[in-house]
Design a protein around this ligand. Structure first.
Ligand code: FE2
Length: 198
């Protein structure tokens, strides 16, 4: 079944702190491209010849290698757009307690998150780690499928690829980090934390 790109137009008009309509619309288009490619890859996989898989090159092997890029590119963008906000929400007590338990303080989480965002392009994710049973930061670098913690559940997701901020900030990535962290939709994040394993 073909997937459809979700609509995030509610973020336009200043509802995603620090991000212009120009920036967001370009990003929505890019996200739609991942959805389209995921559909294309899966359509081709349905009939791909499985008789000669190969490490160097084979159509089936390459489709399977690239499928996680399109899949994660789709899902990570949805998690990102869902947790953007205008800065009007605040972390509730449960969220504050979870962040404090994982990072020592809210300020430590902000500092760790900003340091990761400055470390390269990719994704910053604050995830629930089932081993420590708490929140940790996970940096997905290079491609959408490199570096994911197995079994981790995303709670906060921020896009740190250039296309996420360049129209508005050019090389001032730190300003993007400051604004997007200050504008998070803490109601959405609280719902994700409430759904974590107890
Ligand atoms: Fe992106």
């Amino acid at each position: 079944m073909a997937l459809e790109a979700k609509n995030y137009d509610h973020l336009l008009g200043g509802n995603a702190k620090g991000l212009s309509d120009l920036q967001l619309k370009a990003h929505f288009t890019l996200y739609g491209g991942y959805v389209k490619k995921l559909n294309e890859i899966r359509e081709r996989l349905a009939t791909a010849d499985r008789s000669a898989p190969n490490y160097s090159y084979n159509e089936f092997s390459e489709l399977k290698r690239r499928e996680p890029v399109a899949y994660n590119g789709t899902v990570l963008h949805e998690l990102y757009f869902e947790n953007l906000g205008d800065g009007s929400t605040q972390p509730n007590d449960v969220t504050k307690a979870a962040i404090n338990a994982g990072f020592g303080s809210f300020e430590n989480w902000v500092a760790d998150s900003k340091a990761i965002m400055a470390s390269g392009h990719g994704w910053l994710m604050t995830v629930y780690d089932p081993i420590t049973k708490g929140l940790v930061n996970n940096f997905i670098k290079s491609e959408h499928d490199h570096g994911l913690f197995v079994g981790a559940t995303p709670v906060i997701v921020l896009d740190v690829w250039e296309h996420a901020y360049f129209a508005d900030y050019q090389t001032k990535k730190a300003d993007y980090a400051t604004n997007v962290l200050a504008g998070l939709n803490w109601d959405k994040i609280a719902a994700r934390i409430a759904a974590l394993p107890k």
